[in-house]
Design a protein around this ligand. Structure first.
Ligand code: SAH
Length: 342
């Protein structure tokens, strides 16, 4: 019989698993604490469980882990971890250090089906969804190395296309017996899958970042095919209705592409589109890569775009190119992580 991976369970599911085996449900909280707070790698370590229970769990279940197959560190301290999965596929996570407020960017899929024109992951197509265990194990692995305060789902893949495993991994992060992260420190980033945005909001309370990247349907249809299904009007309505943690704002991500969407006319439209949504804007200068012919914006265009919004009282962050010296299998991963959960 194949063993069950405990890391695929949220608390409710672990309780159900235990009671299905005729065990006491409350043991689930002890097991969660051992795994997520004390970093136990085996049931044998769980000394407050009876010997019998430990032995039986060892027969029926496993506690999976991920070990990084490569770690690269940039001059600014940004660390990129490469994880090889059981089937040989690989995903990346990136840790952005910031004096006790480290932000970890994690992946939810191998590849991506969304095919945004500017994105390197999109050119890999979708291979498969990550399991809950594979998502949560990125955090567990890096927690052994560094404190993780913020988690952003901005790595490879479209998180809302893997909604069940995304939600389950968030439940484990939020659980008082699990990773104990605050919902104010978790941000899900989406290209704009409108029905799934509403469903995410119904199922968990976390921050939301939306990759807008264009201010007209004409351009967004072209560079983000998802827009043909869920156009700007519907996307912005979904942003307005999203139930954020209290006093939080939606992050509008905007990749500035040279000569494509970086004019002051675009800045003006961006302001108009988002004026009735509590938001902060995250400007990301396009990271050039072999996958497409787009160019980075000029420094002057970035500064002018930024200033236009700041002068109109928008909260704007333009990312510096952190981790820019780390060679990247997934070029766009590096540096786009912001203090957005901060
Ligand atoms: N699928 C999710 C999360 C992954 S992409 C989403 O779309 O939000 C995370 C961010 O990286 C998005 O804002 C995306 O627009 C941005 N991005 C993708 N490719 C990029 C590139 N080459 N340069 C800069 N940012 C990029």
């Amino acid at each position: 019989m194949e063993k069950i991976d405990i890391k695929n369970f949220n608390m409710r599911e672990l309780e159900a698993f235990l009671s299905g085996q005729g065990k006491e449900r409350f043991r689930a909280t002890q097991i969660f604490k051992w795994i997520y707070q004390l970093g136990a790698l085996s049931f044998a370590e769980m000394t407050n469980l009876s010997k019998d229970l430990r032995a039986e769990l060892e027969k029926t279940a496993v506690i999976s882990t991920l070990l990084p197959t490569a770690v690269e560190e940039g001059r600014d301290g940004t660390r990129k971890y490469l994880f090889t999965l059981d089937d040989g596929e690989a995903v990346e996570s990136v840790l952005i250090p910031d004096e006790g407020r480290n932000t970890l960017c994690i992946s939810t899929q191998v590849g991506c089906a969304m095919a945004c024109e500017f994105c390197l992951t999109g050119t890999f197509r979708l291979k498969r969804n990550l399991t809950t265990a594979e998502i949560i194990n990125q955090v567990c692995a890096i927690k052994r190395d560094a404190e993780v305060r913020n988690v952003v789902f901005m790595g490879m893949g479209e998180p809302l296309q893997n909604l069940d495993n995304l939600v389950r991994s968030i439940e484990i992060m939020l659980d008082g017996n699990g990773l104990q992260l605050s919902n104010r420190r978790i941000t899900v980033s989406t290209c704009g899958l409108v029905p799934q945005m509403a469903e995410l909001g119904r199922r968990v309370t976390v921050n939301l970042a939306v990759s807008l990247n264009a201010t007209t349907d004409e351009l967004r249809d072209r560079i983000m095919p998802v827009n043909r299904k869920y156009p700007l009007r519907e996307l912005l309505l979904a942003c307005r209705e999203f139930p954020l943690p209290s006093r939080r704002k939606i992050t509008i991500e905007y990749v500035l592409i040279g000569g494509v969407n970086d004019s002051l006319e675009d800045a003006r439209r961006l302001l108009r589109l988002t004026s009735d949504i509590p938001n902060k804007v995250n400007l990301i200068p396009f990271n050039e890569h072999e996958g497409c012919g787009f160019k980075a914006p000029t420094r002057a265009a970035v500064d002018a775009f930024h200033k236009y919004l700041i002068d109109r009282h928008v909260t704007v962050i333009t990312r510096d190119s952190r981790g820019g010296d780390i060679s990247a299998a997934c070029g766009q991963l590096k540096g786009r992580l912001e203090k957005i959960a901060g």
